[in-house]
Design a protein around this ligand. Sequence first.
Ligand code: HEM
Length: 447
Amino acid sequence: MPHIDRADIQGNVVRGYRFPVARHFFIRMGDATSGRRWLRDTVDFVTNAELWDEKPGWALNIAFTHAGLRAVGVQPQSLDSFPAEFQQGMRARAQMLGDTGGSSPAHWESHFRDGDIHVMATLNASAPDRLAERCDWFERILAGTETLQIVGRQDAARLAESREHFGYVDGLSQPLVAGDGMPTRRGQGVKEGSGWRALRAGEFLLGHHDETGQMPLAPQPTALAQNGTYLVYRKLHQDVALFRRFLADRARAYAGAEEKLAAALMGRWRDGTPIERSPDAADPSLGFDLQRNNDFTYGEDLDGFRCPVGAHIRRANPRDAIGFRHKMVHRHRLIRRGMPYGNPLSPGSDDDGVDRGLIFVCLGASIQRQFEFVQTQWMNDGNIFALGADKDVLAGDNDGTGKMTVQGRPPWFVAAVPRLVTTKGGDYFFLPGIRALRRISGELQPP
Ligand code: HEM
């Protein structure tokens, strides 16, 4: 298996940084000349995917919207060669994504709503003071350009024990990328016989073979696409007080009570134990064991009696439960790099009005086949799973009228699922390889 060219891939794509804090800057470029000059000055500081002897204090990465590529002077024939969904951007896809009602673009934060964003620059850091220091440096450089304007900022930070705001440990399951050189962990790639193999790099990186054995469709020229990927950014507000009330209320008549119902919604106990492996109780020795906490499939549980068919992780990655022989599931995997934002709601508190949630970030070679498919077919609909109109309780576009089915004899229905997660904004970005960044900046022959 050829190794991937780490020096040419931006960091945090094939392997996660796992820094505790981050800030996203959303930037608008006044003109192409100063945009390219800024990029030339900045590209040497962009973090690539090379392995670290010692973890650095911070990392910087840069991604463009389609409007951003145009603003920085990428040629029209090249701009036209990008896939339609990227050209249109997330706002134009809102209806299809289920971003309606309170999640519709009319309610998004202004920089997402008004389509002002050209660039997203993300600084990750090892501690809040390191982040503050680097952000000052970054803002000083931008201020020096006069024509590049910061139109939005977003902080994100890990919570204790890597939990997200509803209280579950997050960041446990990621696809393993071929050529990364990481030892295969059971459950993190594609099951083959009794073992597991990594997914082909082309599922996540342009210019590499994907699971069909083909090169993914990529924009032209090849030099612009090589080692690039698409990044989906969504600011997802979580209504934690409503989630707690909902859980307590629906669990009242549920055999096994609140924590068991919480586990059924997710497919994992809150500590990360997969219920497919441990359906009756959390098992801390399993939850935190990286070799075992993903080592499961659903093929022996097609009825969903151990893990409900509509549980969040089973919908998001049905493993061998649907289309396995046709590799259907492998074509819809996502690398997730999100982080929570906002302070946690203390236990027992009622709604405090604070904005909190998940900065959902995912990466893949096709926004349409990966993120949009998972959101629309697996989160917002139950048809593929023979669940009718059931939606994912956490990430589906619920409106208070739908249900979740917990299979069993008899089955249990979680009624009137409210919208627990609201979209506050987001966009589609192209995260170029390092050489492509230099080309865009004009330092190498431009695209
Ligand atoms: C606020 C909204 C969300 C919350 C709180 C949330 C939370 C979680 C948690 C706790 C896990 C289990 C830990 C793990 O396996 O890494 C998980 C897994 C996952 N989530 Fe979400 N999630 C949210 C939205 C989404 C959305 C919108 C998508 C895709 C469109 C998604 C896709 C996935 C995937 C692919 C997995 C891994 C499944 C596996 O491989 O077993 N999530 N999520």
